[in-house]
Design a protein around this ligand. Structure first.
Ligand code: HEM
Length: 197
């Protein structure tokens, strides 16, 4: 029988591919992204990660997963990148109304945000080659963990597998991960639509 992490990987394969195809992320990989679009990407990640930070604090604060909240959200790095991109607006987090207040739902979302750092190494190479200096410099969100990423990720996966969970709880985690991927994909698409109409 598949472990929870395997179930998460298999079930989110399609939605991961969909997120990679969004204009902003595709542009980042191909180098076909301008500073306005890159700022849009970082701003969207910042508002979303701020909302998730509050949500994780509420739902995971007394669990072994609380330690991963700053790693999953990387808010300081997002703020630093926004400043470098000339964006100084302060954002007040909003409640995530479509996400249930229960640890399993929060864990599914945490898998997605923390796991996103796994692809960041790949994205960093693409950012290095970008011809806009502003973009090359405002990349702390993607480089934050460096080599520590693997240790943090292994710790998260271990804690996930040590947690005794019923089939129903595991299904809730997987469903929440898929929902989180779709939620982020839609936010990235909305950002483009709001800007270009
Ligand atoms: C163009 C954008 C992206 C690319 C090219 C990309 C690429 C990758 C790659 C290569 C891995 C595997 C890394 C490894 O095993 O060491 C990975 C893992 C992962 N990515 Fe992405 N990624 C992208 C965007 C995202 C985004 C926006 C999210 C979520 C917000 C995300 C969530 C994940 C997750 C959860 C994993 C971990 C899967 C696992 O090992 O269980 N990725 N990504």
């Amino acid at each position: 029988m598949d472990s929870l992490i395997e179930k998460l990987r298999i079930s989110s394969r399609d939605v991961h591919q969909q997120i990679e195809q969004t204009i902003l992320l595709k542009g980042l990989v191909t180098g076909n992204i301008d500073v306005t679009q890159y700022r849009m990407l970082i701003q969207t990640m910042y508002t979303m990660c701020s909302d998730f930070y509050q949500y994780f604090q509420h739902n995971l604060h007394q669990t072994p997963f609380a330690q991963f909240i700053p790693h999953a959200c990387r808010l300081n790095e997002l703020r630093e990148d926004l400043l470098l991109l000339g964006q100084t607006d302060i954002y007040t987090p909003k409640p995530l109304v479509n996400f249930k207040h229960q640890p399993e739902t929060a864990l599914g979302a945490m898998y997605v945000l923390l796991g996103a750092a796994n692809g960041a190494q790949y994205l960093t190479h693409a950012i290095d080659k970008n011809h806009h200096e502003e973009i090359r410099e405002a990349r702390h969100f993607f480089t934050k963990h460096g080599d520590a990423r693997l240790v943090i990720w292994a710790d998260f996966v271990e804690k996930l597998s040590n947690n005794v969970l019923s089939d129903e709880q595991q299904s809730n985690i997987v469903a929440s991960a898929i929902k989180t991927f779709c939620f982020i994909t839609n936010k990235l698409k909305d950002a483009i639509e709001v800007h270009y109409g």
